[in-house]
Unconditional design. Structure first.
Length: 147
């Protein structure tokens, strides 16, 4: 896949995600309605939501709520474990703390959390090797039976 094709795929995915978020955002007619919904959902209006630009909070909340709160293809505990793994790689101590708390509240064990973080580290390790050593992508795919 060329860089342009890759960027186009990312743009399409982002547009689809934002499109579904905008539909929900339109239901929240004002920032104050959005803040009320956030507080009703979390039991608190977090500071990071209050400092977000008012003109964008409805869209940001709609995207967050649709992926983090509402039922989807992934179990909420799995989503939290993925979030911890990603946050460990960024790194984001806020995300690590909150998603670890959420994962534990959803029944994740210390072993599951450790494995999620180790998986992220393993993926980052091999990504550094593959990219840094410029392993040919077509050869790599062929070695694993890809097309």
């Amino acid at each position: 896949m060329t860089l342009n094709m890759h960027l186009k795929a990312i743009s399409i995915a982002a547009a689809l995600a934002l499109g579904s978020a905008q539909a929900t955002a339109q239901e929240l007619s004002t920032p104050d309605d959005t803040y009320t919904d956030i507080e009703a959902t979390y039991g608190v209006l977090p500071t990071f939501m209050k400092v977000y630009p008012r003109q964008g909070i409805a869209g940001a909340w709609a995207l967050t709520k649709s992926l983090e709160v509402e039922k989807g293809a992934l179990d909420p505990k799995v989503k939290s474990l993925i979030n911890i793994a990603v946050a460990a790689q960024i790194p984001c101590r806020y995300c690590i703390w909150l998603d670890t708390k959420m994962a534990r509240d959803l029944g994740a064990t210390d072993e599951e959390i450790a494995e999620a973080v180790a998986q992220a580290g393993l993926t980052r390790h091999w990504s550094a090797i593959l990219n840094g050593m410029q392993v040919d992508f077509e050869t790599f795919k062929a070695e694993f039976g890809g097309d």
